[in-house]
Design a protein around this ligand. Sequence first.
Ligand code: G6P
Length: 493
Amino acid sequence: MPESKQPKKTSASTSQSEPVHGASDFLVVSNRLPVDRVSNGTDDAGWRRAPGGLVTALAPVMAARDGGWVGWHGAPDETLEPFHHENMDLIPVPLSSDEVELYYEGFSNSTLWPLYHDVIAPPEFHRTWWDSYRLVNRRFAEAAAGAAAKNATVWVQDYQLQLVPSYLRQLRPDLRIGFFNHIPFPPPEIFAQLPWRQPIIDGLLGADLIGFQRPNDTANFLRSARRFLGASVKAQQVHVRADDGRTSHISRAEPFPISIDVGQIQELAARPDIIARSRQIREDMGNPKTILLGVDRLDYTKGITHRLKAYGELLHDGIVKVEDASLIQVASPSRERVESYRHLREEVEGTVGRINGQFDTIENTAVRYLHHSYPVEEMVALYLAADVMLVTALRDGMNLVAKEYVAARGDNTGALVLSEFTGAADQLKQALLVNPHDIDGLKATIVRAINLPKTESSRRMRAMRKQILSHDVQRWSEDFLATLQIDAVRDDS
Ligand code: G6P
């Protein structure tokens, strides 16, 4: 993959980046830029496209429409000039170390993240975090306002940037603004706790189109808009009023369940070297009858401890033998400076240690725990090696791992155990659905998955693949952008 040249560093201050004025017809704004820095050992050598469906889906739109992407480049206290990479203008937004602590680790990931995920961990409310969130959202909006061409389309992504739509509308009323929330939107009874619930709703309503993962998230948002803002909501539309009481614009909320780059996963799943690697993985695991697999960011929303508890009890009860069924758990490092994530890591690693200490033999290990991130090639080899995929999230906006597993299983084998609290459960109805809080139910479902008759697993997998193959991430982005543009035409007429 070609890498772009290293952009020039300006100063290590937090000052405003100088935006490229008015060049982009289509802009994406997200907390992180879709590139990773590549190092050649001693120095930064350039940038490489980060893995992920969103950037793949949008690459053709970027190339066709003078596209740009506004986001943080991942290093605190560093200001970079905009640069060009693979047909996109990348516009880095600087964050100071303090802002990483207050805006990113604080308000985004210790207030909003737990609040929006059913308060699985207690959210913290701090005014200094809120102040930083506002300031940083303003900076992102200013960078986008400077980079967007006249009448451009701007698509803002996720919970870290919920104030950007309204700031952007104030700065550039000519723009067409979309917003997509990748995580759940909580019911008003929980959202009510947020001291800044009103400005958050106001911020989102700056968008012409607000996309959510599930119909439930959309309904939750519309109920909150009515309850906390007294907004006039008709069907899925909110009439947003200007200060003089007249309708300034109509903001529409709709579900758009996100998906994956199905073509890429299928292609990798058919590659001989990746198939060979999957066989090697099975051999290295001691060729057990069944390989169970979990793949998650190490996050308390993912239900990793529930999964380990169920599997540990099955070993303890003698229902599952370590020689017969081993679990591979990939837990990629995430938000490691946030307290609740540190606790989770200790808990998970303590539990894995106890299970392995009790049930491992010289030849077989109960849980092969991997605290790493892997390239997509290795992930697909793992999907091919796994007979049973365990997705036991306590709450998850979508869960793309479940969709990737299904996309990789070209021969219609394999069983998916899927939490009913994921967005993916709306689409993958033929998975073995579980409530991960019900440990006995989870144990019974894991046993069922291990022993699922071939005809039944194949019937289920075929149906799930039919859904996934016709709903990839390209279709998701086309649907969202078409709705945003069609509405533009409708409003203008
Ligand atoms: C979730 C969020 C994304 C976020 C990702 C990784 O999927 O919806 O917005 O980028 O987690 O988290 P991080 O904090 O490392 O960006």
